[in-house]
Design a protein around this ligand. Structure first.
Ligand code: SAH
Length: 347
């Protein structure tokens, strides 16, 4: 929960102990206040000096008797006393889809969940640059670089559950949608196993939005009436000929996530499975982020064309890529103009 009041430079005294008091301290600090704590009616050794005359006393209902005289004295001295709610019985976890990395594609539900968070565990692909503006909760980076895991999946789940059991309102912010190659299902399962209440806020998946950023519609009337989203990890990388043949046989758009590392094998496999060498194909890197780039080629030439491409990227294979080329949307056209202007300036 965030306070909608600017307390910059004001002294606020928070009374009480436990999770609710910690949450109140964070709320008031986020609103700009200089916060002082008084943990027990007599004052605890760790509390430090107290302000002579606070702007406000935030009284956390921690069930302890003995606060009333202090609160009475404050009121009598004309210092406002705000009653702070006690912490709920238990914390909970909200799995939040952060979309492809731009604030514009964050849902209202995601914004609300972040605002109410005590702690946010976020991924490399989540819109983490914006987090400090969106939440006053503690920010914990559990992002993984491809190849080396910063925090293991098991540890992430443990951290989330522990924080929730300690009474915190936990947000697990993930890129795109939590249930599209996001291991969201596993995280829900570990919360359920630990008896922690958990809910999921869907996000805008990169599988649809990143092609859109390049002007590519994943379906288009009379061109493609289906799309299949696959992971560039197994089984497409193996000798799963039947799998690739099935995919080609569908005749729809194929969208591949995490596909940069295995692009040559995928292109060769699709060719072996009978796909035309001149099937249009696009690689869209860093959708909605600085340096967004689209590389368009054909199945037979993509390996060379995309040699310099890097993660994160979404691959699109199908006739819809041609639709994008035919009807360049306004954004793509103006991006081209910007590039043209930049290259003229460089020249
Ligand atoms: N849950 C996510 C996908 C996680 S897998 C979602 O629904 O979008 C990670 C992969 O998503 C990356 O390897 C890349 O293929 C893709 N991806 C996510 N964000 C992206 C972005 N902004 N630009 C390009 N690709 C992106």
């Amino acid at each position: 929960m965030q306070l909608s009041i600017d307390l910059t430079g004001r002294d606020v005294l928070v009374t009480g102990s436990g999770t609710a008091a910690r949450q109140a301290v964070r709320r008031y600090e986020a609103a700009g206040a200089r916060v002082f704590r008084l943990s027990v009616p007599e004052g605890a050794p760790g509390d430090g000096p107290l302000p002579e005359r606070p702007f406000l006393v935030a009284a956390v209902d921690d069930g302890q008797p003995g606060w009333e005289p202090l609160l009475e004295r404050s009121r009598a001295a004309g210092i406002p006393v705000a009653a702070e709610p006690a912490a709920g019985p238990a914390g909970h976890v909200t799995l939040v889809g952060g979309g492809p990395g731009t604030l514009d594609l964050l849902t209202v539900g995601a914004v609300n969940a972040l605002r109410d968070a005590d702690v946010v565990f976020y991924d490399r692909l989540a819109p983490y640059q914006e987090l400090e503006r969106l939440t006053s909760g503690r920010l914990v980076d559990v992002g993984k670089q491809p190849g080396h895991h910063k925090v293991t999946q098991g540890d992430i789940e443990k951290l989330m559950v522990e924080a929730a059991l300690a009474g915190e309102n936990v947000v697990r912010l993930k890129g795109g949608d939590p249930f599209v190659f996001g291991r969201g299902g596993e995280e829900v399962a570990s919360c359920v196993a630990a008896g922690v209440p958990v809910n999921v806020i869907s996000g805008v998946t990169s599988a649809i939005s990143v092609p859109a950023a390049a002007g590519i519609p994943v379906t288009h009337r009379e061109v493609s009436h289906m799309f299949t989203v696959v992971s560039g990890h197994a089984p497409l990388t193996g000798k799963e000929h039947a799998h690739l043949a099935g995919l080609c046989g569908l005749g729809g758009t194929i969208v591949v996530l995490m596909g940069i590392g295995t692009l040559p094998q995928l292109a060769a496999g699709l060719r072996r499975a009978g796909m035309r060498a001149d099937m249009p194909m696009a690689v869209v890197e860093r959708g909605y982020r600085p340096g967004q780039r689209t590389t368009i080629a054909e199945l037979g030439t993509i390996e060379n064309a995309a040699a310099g491409c890097s993660n994160p990227a979404v691959l699109v294979i199908g006739e819809v890529v041609g639709v994008a080329m035919a009807s360049r949307n306004h954004a793509a056209a103006s991006a081209d103009l910007n590039r043209l202007a930049a290259s003229l300036l460089e020249a």
